[in-house]
Design a protein around this ligand. Sequence first.
Ligand SMILES: *Cc1c(COP(=O)(O)O)cnc(C)c1O
Length: 460
Amino acid sequence: MSILYRSTRGQAPELDFRGITLTGLASDGGLYVPKTWPEFSPADITAMKDKPYLEIAQQVLRPFVAPLIPDDALRGLLQKAYAGFDDAAVTPLKQLDDRHWVLELFHGPTLAFKDVALQLLGHVFEYFLDRSGERMTVVGATSGDTGSAAIAALANRKNIDVFILYPNKGPSDIQRKQMTRVDAPNVHAVAIEGSFDDCQAIVKALFNDPALRAKYKLAAVNSINGLRILAQMVYYFVAVARMGGVKPVSFVVPTGNFGNIYAAYAAMKCGLPISKLAAASNRNDILTRFFNSGCMKAEEVQSTLSPSMDIQISSNFERLLFDLCGNDGAAVRKLMQQGEFAVTPVQLATARQVFTAARADEDLTLKTIQDVYRESGYILDPHSAVGVAASRLLARELPDPVICLACAHPAKFPETIHRAIGVTPPLPAALAALLQKPERTSLLPANMQAVEKFMAERVK
Ligand SMILES: *Cc1c(COP(=O)(O)O)cnc(C)c1O
């Protein structure tokens, strides 16, 4: 039995796994979610305790991709995707103190958690395109890490052109260089004179134009792509299994576009024992305000020390909203068209049974990096520090044990780390080599026509 996927806005055709992987945003502007969720029993989960990452990944992903990707092919894709990770555990779990663990998600080629999903996505794209002989164009918006991870995953793939839009002033120096110093003719990093939300709006506008979508065969690598969510579910299973697989675990997730934390929620829907999910935000605290008030209202984006979370419009929240609305696509459509909206007190209470949220400003982020370094010698990157800060603020709400997600390697943010603890974390060798290459980038105004013209001139 294969799982079908439906749009959160109820007006797009249902698609299979191949369809959602190669499309991204649904034609009605919604996001694809599985119509049914596979169930993993407590016995299935405890049996994962000592299994290697790849085996758990295969088990978790199998029901979502079958029969389009047969089991042996899935195994091969997973092997290729994670061969380049510098830790055999792929996402190792480290104990911080008596109740806190960190799940390190930064052992892939660009040192951020985006690699976990995008390395797999690159191989799955190629698998499907090789079979159909098609080409496609990937367009993505990034606040820093998605772009570099997408470029690392898709550089030099023969049937894909890649355009990555990033806010001209957003990414850290290293994040920008990871995008612009990749020497691959199919890759185009484009700086936009605007914010991440402007970049994301351009990408959405391209996808919402049926003629352009067809002309370029657009595919998404943002976390609106359903495969990214599925691939990220795996490490929640791995983490719970490593803790024994029986006792529910709380997760604290540094949150921007709500993709990573939604993957945890999706894992929970498949039976994973999770007691609480905490969304951690920086000063861009729209989600913290939502989980406190039930009102979703964007404010001006502010630049912070954790740039990958400098987002006010969290696309994947729509997937949760779809559940809160009882899977009623028309209701989701109505709320999303309003832009600003409030859920009912009952919907808020339902959300709060699973979710909680807290925010950390710049001072608290720096202080958390200092405190954790002093207490344990562990160096948190600024995004992971926002998470650990939130876990401390929410201590009374989060049942033990608490796993904080470490979303990026501290070496990606050397100035901030140095400012906090006076130490510069050494850059891994592969990244140091990349930074020697010449920079290739273009600067465009924040408008869709300019971006489309740029694409038209470059697509093969
Ligand atoms: C992308 C990213 C986030 C935010 O994750 P979402 O899935 O967008 O919520 C947080 N931290 C780092 C380091 C990231 O790269």
